[in-house]
Structure formats: structure tokens, C-alpha cells
Design a protein around this ligand. Structure first.
Ligand code: COA
Length: 170
């Protein structure tokens, strides 16, 4: 099934709320990701992304509908050759290969548009789905940081995975 990624635009707000307002998504993301996810949160997100060029955050589109999100955070200072990738897919669309496809598209886009040589991701140890997405996209396991994360009243180990540009190119 064909999906594409594109920058966020005004008009995406309702669709964004429809799928982002889900605690099964929020529980695997940082507290920065609101739950409940309101129309006001969606407006703030679209406004924040409007002037970022080239875009850092993309909507994932399937059959002309926003069904998820993928994006990067560019690191600074001595980490400036790094980008951290993050993503979510609306629950009705899980297990269709969409996240893996979107992450691969975002990797291509990142290496083409930004001067970074390492893309990494951080997941909760119990987020097997996300780790599979990363492995299938060429990422390798780098570290397990014991009890580094705390969310919803419990600790979790942090799994760090990365993809180096040199490995991506070969
Ligand atoms: C993680 C997430 C993005 C995966 O999206 P998805 O579109 O279902 O992923 P894919 O269909 O590309 O699946 C990739 C692999 O994970 C597996 N997978 C998907 N959901 C799974 C689950 N709940 N448990 C175990 N494996 C799972 C798939 O079977 C596939 O592996 P396979 O090819 O060996 O069968 C989605 O579950 C999600 O949005 N979760 C909440 C937010 C989140 O965790 N974001 C990542 C933060 S690091």
C-alpha cells in the first residue's frame, strides 16, 4: 500500500487530532506529546512547523488522509552531525508496514537535505514494534540504558539505535 510523507500544512489539524488523541500512542512517546491531544495542540504543532525550511516534521499520508507523523530533531554543538528520529502511526493503521516505509522515506530525506551523518532513535525497552521498525530500516542496536526512562509511574530501560550515513550509502 502506498504512503507518502509531506510537510504539515494548515487544514491538517482535525485529521491530526483524530489519530494523535490516543493514549496507546502517547504511552510510547515523551511527555512532550500531549494526551489528551486537543485541537489547540494540533494548531500549535502546525504553526510551529509552518516556517521550518527544509521541513523537519512530516505528515504521513495514505489515500489523501493524514494517518501519522515522522520527524527529526537536529542536535547541536558537538552533537551537530546527529538527528534524532521519531514517529507514530494512527492505531487503525498499525501492522501494515506504514511506519517502516515512512521511516525509510524520512532517512532518505534527512541525508539528502541535512548535513548529518548519524540518525538515532530512543525507544522504551518494551516498545518492540518500534525497535522492529528501526531494525528493518537499517538501524543497529547501540545501547541499553538501564532505568533511564520514567513514564506513567514506572521505569523503563532506554534502547538507543542508530544508522550511520556511511552504512546507509553502502
Ligand atoms: C511503533 C509504531 C510506529 C509501529 O507502526 P506500524 O506501522 O505498525 O509498524 P510496521 O507495520 O512498519 O511494523 C514493523 C514491524 O513491527 C511489528 N509490529 C508492529 N506492531 C507490533 C506490536 N504491537 N508488537 C510486536 N511487533 C509489532 C510488525 O509486525 C513488523 O514486523 P514484521 O515485519 O517482522 O512483521 C506504532 O505501533 C505506533 O505508532 N506506536 C505508538 C508510537 C510509538 O511507539 N512511536 C515510536 C516511538 S520510538
Amino acid at each position: 500500500m502506498l504512503i507518502r510523507i509531506r510537510p504539515w500544512k494548515e487544514g491538517d489539524e482535525m485529521n491530526l487530532v483524530k489519530y494523535a488523541n490516543n493514549k496507546n500512542i502517547a504511552r510510547n512517546l515523551r511527555e512532550l506529546f500531549p494526551n489528551p491531544y486537543t485541537l489547540s495542540d494540533a494548531r500549535t504543532w502546525i504553526a510551529f512547523n509552518k516556517d521550518l525550511l527544509p521541513a523537519l516534521n512530516m505528515a504521513i499520508i495514505w489515500e489523501n488522509e493524514v494517518i501519522g507523523a515522522v520527524g527529526i530533531v537536529l542536535k547541536e554543538d558537538i552533537h551537530r552531525k546527529n538527528a534524532e528520529i521519531g514517529y507514530w502511526i494512527g492505531e487503525p493503521f498499525w501492522r501494515k508496514g506504514f511506519a517502516t516505509k515512512a521511516v525509510k522515506m524520512m532517512i532518505d530525506y534527512t541525508f539528502e537535505n541535512y548535513d548529518v551523518t548519524r540518525i538515532f532513535a530512543s525507544t522504551f525497552d518494551h516498545n518492540i514494534a518500534s525497535q522492529k521498525v528501526l531494525l528493518k530500516s537499517g538501524f543497529k542496536l547501540e545501547a541499553r540504558l538501564k532505568k533511564a526512562l520514567f513514564k506513567n509511574g514506572r521505569y523503563a530501560d532506554e534502547i538507543i539505535m542508530s544508522l550511520l550515513k556511511e552504512d546507509y550509502l553502502t
